[in-house]
Design a protein around this ligand. Sequence first.
Ligand code: NAG
Length: 120
Amino acid sequence: MNFLVLVFFVTISTTISDRNIFGGGACGGISPVTRWMRTERNDSIRMNVDTSSCQFENPPLYFTSITGGVGHYLLTGINAIYEATNYGFIINVRSIDGANANTLMERSAQWKLQWVGLQS
Ligand SMILES: *[C@@H]1O[C@H](CO)[C@@H](O)[C@H](O)[C@H]1NC(C)=O
C-alpha cells in the first residue's frame, strides 16, 4: 500500500514539475534595515540585497518577504526582483497609501527583508 502511494506520488510529481528547483540547495538570510536607501523617485525606496555569503554558483531563484512594525502590508514591489546575480539583487518598494520617500524611510527603520535563494 505504501509502495503504491509512493509510486503514485513520484509519477505525479515528475509529471507536473518541469525541473527540480531545489536540486542545488537553498540559502537565505535577513537583511538589516540599514540597507534601505532612497532612489531618484519620491514615492519609493530601494534595497540592494547582499547574498554573497551564500556563495551561489549561478543566479538563484530569489524569493522575498518583509517583517516589521508599521505599513509593510501596504507595500508593493517586494516580490519584484531586479538584477539578480550570484551575489545579490535589488528590490524597489512603494506603498499603496501613497507615502512619500521620507515616510517610507522612516517606516523602513523597522522593515527587515527576509530572502531565500534556490539554486537551480
Ligand atoms: C512626487 O513628485 C511629484 C512631482 O512633484 C508630485 O506630483 C507627487 O505628488 C509626489 N509624490 C509623492 C508621493 O510625494
